[in-house]
Design a protein around this ligand. Structure first.
Ligand code: DGL
Length: 277
């Protein structure tokens, strides 16, 4: 008898940000079955303590495992910075051997050194990610001599989650943050959007960030790196369902989530099914 293959890929974010990663995962690896979980009711994570982010992330990971995920992408830099290592090193071996949880920081930091010519990189992220220094630490591992200038943007995520970024106040606050980052060093020539929410306002960022600066989002890089990972770990890929389905869960009102997702990602997500986390 052939064993039924049911495993899914879980994609977790504090809210809508991880959709910028999911979109690229689907473009790169359309054959897999995905479950997206947005903890919108408890976002933002970026201003919360280590313990709280760890606890929320663990709850999400356990929920996604219960729903049949074999592999989870923490499509949230804050969760990747504050919870990934502990989950990988202490929770998985004891409770879920054979399942995997991956983050988004390592793939982006591996690539960024190839883009900068001045060896000066700006990082825009949440307060939690900046305080963890994860980008500085990881960039130093792969790119010696590269200077990293970080700026925490604590208000961007609430502005994006609540669709308020495109107001006079929202736009001027974002613009001021970009100027603050660029004042840290006039030779910054590459900026990493180290929060998955930030590509949701990419059109505005392209307007206000000088053209000579390369803006690096993470979706494409994470998707390509997952593809390589699955090729290398064939035993895991064999456990995954290949029916190209997606189910969405949110801790907020499913109707709100559906409306936001369909309006922001019209060409990717239509008539989506959203359930309550
Ligand atoms: N989108 C998430 C990140 O990449 C978290 C944003 C937040 O909830 O503060 O960091």
């Amino acid at each position: 008898m052939v064993e039924e293959v049911k495993g899914k890929i879980g994609v977790f974010d504090s809210g809508y940000g991880g959709l910028t990663i999911l979109k690229e995962l689907i473009a790169e690896l359309p054959e897999y079955e995905y479950i997206y979980l947005g903890d919108n009711a408890r976002a933002p994570y970026g201003t919360k303590s280590y313990d709280v982010v760890f606890q929320y992330t663990l709850e999400a990971v356990e929920f996604l495992f219960e729903k049949g995920c074999e592999l989870i992408i923490l499509a949230c830099n804050t969760a990747s910075a504050k919870a990934l290592r502990t989950i990988q090193q202490t929770i998985l071996p004891k409770k879920y051997p054979g399942k995997r949880v991956l983050g988004v920081i390592r793939p982006s930091t591996e690539k960024v050194g190839l883009l900068t010519k001045t060896n000066k990189i700006g990082v825009l992220a949440t307060e939690g990610t900046v305080k963890s220094d994860s980008y500085k630490i990881e960039i130093a591992k792969f790119n010696q001599g590269v200077a990293v200038f970080q700026l925490a943007c604590p208000l961007w995520v609430p502005l994006i989650e609540n669709k308020k970024w495109n107001t006079v106040h929202g736009r001027s606050l974002i613009k001021e943050d970009i100027s603050t980052l660029l004042r840290l060093d006039s030779e910054i020539d590459t900026i990493i959007l180290a929060c998955t929410h930030f590509p949701l306002i990419i059109d505005y960022l392209l307007e206000i960030i000088p053209r000579h600066i390369t803006i690096l989002g993470q979706g494409d890089i994470v998707a390509k790196s997952l593809s390589v990972y699955l090729d290398k770990h064939n035993w895991l890929s064999m456990k995954l369902n290949k029916e190209g389905k997606i189910t969405f869960y949110t801790s907020e009102d499913p109707l709100l989530f559906k409306k936001f997702t369909e309006s922001e990602f019209l060409e990717f997500f239509k008539d989506i099914k959203v359930l309550k986390f």
